[in-house]
Design a protein around this ligand. Structure first.
Ligand SMILES: C[S@@+](CC[C@H](N)C(=O)[O-])C[C@H]1O[C@@H](n2cnc3c(N)ncnc32)[C@H](O)[C@@H]1O
Length: 280
């Protein structure tokens, strides 16, 4: 049960809203249908192996946790939104692997210091609002010499542009809360981790999304399945003119980026970052 947001301090209330947002729509279906390759890309870059302890932070329905478990690693998938775990459990069972699922805020992980060999997050930790707190937690639970791996949407890529498009339609975040796509900026992440990591490697890559017939079909899918888009529309539910404008803006975003001939084909840019936690 989620507490009524009126009884919470502003940071807790924000988290409760985030949890409700990610539980809305159908994020597990979106992850499975639209961006399944990202989890495997991240696991390939971090290369966990049999018996290694892996933590997937903001794991959702296990886009990265499940391929990590398929390497023989012991995997814990944690997320603010436990409503997403049932779909993950089903997918893990279908692939014949075991994953432990744990409700957790990335900014206050319920794990011991240095508990994991690999700590990863696939377009996940970027959505926790206080970036330094999350970065400190990723490093705290990783053993010295262990690996960190992150996939984050970039500020200028398609999903970064989508968040910029929706920004005027969502409430102003509380003081100190930072925008998710900043995690897709190499300099920002290097500053968060500072001198506590080495062997930092970043790459800008794209995932090609070719499952939408038209720009409008992309928009309507996101309106139905993707929590942040659903939340943006909920905030303007009584304002038909603003709904119409946002409808046009999201379809136009897809149209501008469409490189398909007969269907809509989009390349969504992300940053893949790997690093090793320093020994003290
Ligand atoms: C875009 S989804 C990514 C899920 C999954 N990693 C994937 O690749 O499909 C973002 C996830 O971040 C989670 N999340 C948002 N804020 C969080 C927080 N403060 N702590 C932990 N998870 C959080 C959401 O519940 C959601 O599952």
């Amino acid at each position: 049960m989620t507490a009524p947001t009126g009884t919470l301090d502003p940071a807790q209330a924000l988290k409760a809203r985030h949890r409700a947002m990610w539980a809305s729509g159908d994020y597990p279906t979106l992850a499975r249908e639209v961006i399944p390759e990202l989890g495997s890309v991240l696991v390939g870059a971090c290369a966990p192996g049999p018996g290694e302890r892996v933590l997937d932070v903001a794991a959702g329905s296990g886009n990265a946790a499940i391929p990590a478990a398929m390497t023989g690693a012991n995997v814990v998938a944690c997320d603010l939104t436990p409503e997403l775990f049932a779909a993950g459990q089903e997918q893990a069972a279908q692939r014949g692997v075991e994953v432990q699922w744990r409700e957790a805020d990335a900014e206050a992980l319920p794990f011991a210091d240095e508990e994991f060999d690999v700590v990863l997050s696939c377009v996940g930790v970027m959505f926790a609002p206080y970036h330094q707190a999350s970065a400190d937690e990723l490093l705290r639970v990783c053993r010295p010499g262990g690996r960190i791996g992150l996939i984050s949407w970039t500020p200028t890529g398609f999903i970064g542009q989508m968040f910029a498009t929706m920004k005027p339609y969502v409430p102003t975040p509380p003081p100190g809360a930072q925008p998710p796509p900043l995690w897709g900026d190499e300099h920002h992440v290097r500053t968060l981790f500072a001198d506590r990591v080495s062997d930092v490697v970043t790459r800008r890559q794209t995932v090609t999304v070719d499952r939408f017939a038209t720009p409008e079909a992309f928009r309507d899918y996101f309106k139905a399945y993707y929590g942040p888009t659903i939340a943006a529309y909920r905030g303007i539910a009584e304002q038909p003119a603003r709904i119409a404008t946002l409808d046009t803006e999201l379809a136009d975003l897809a149209r501008r980026n469409d490189r398909g001939d007969t269907t809509t084909v989009l390349d969504w840019e992300y940053q893949l970052l790997t690093a090793r936690k320093n020994h003290r």
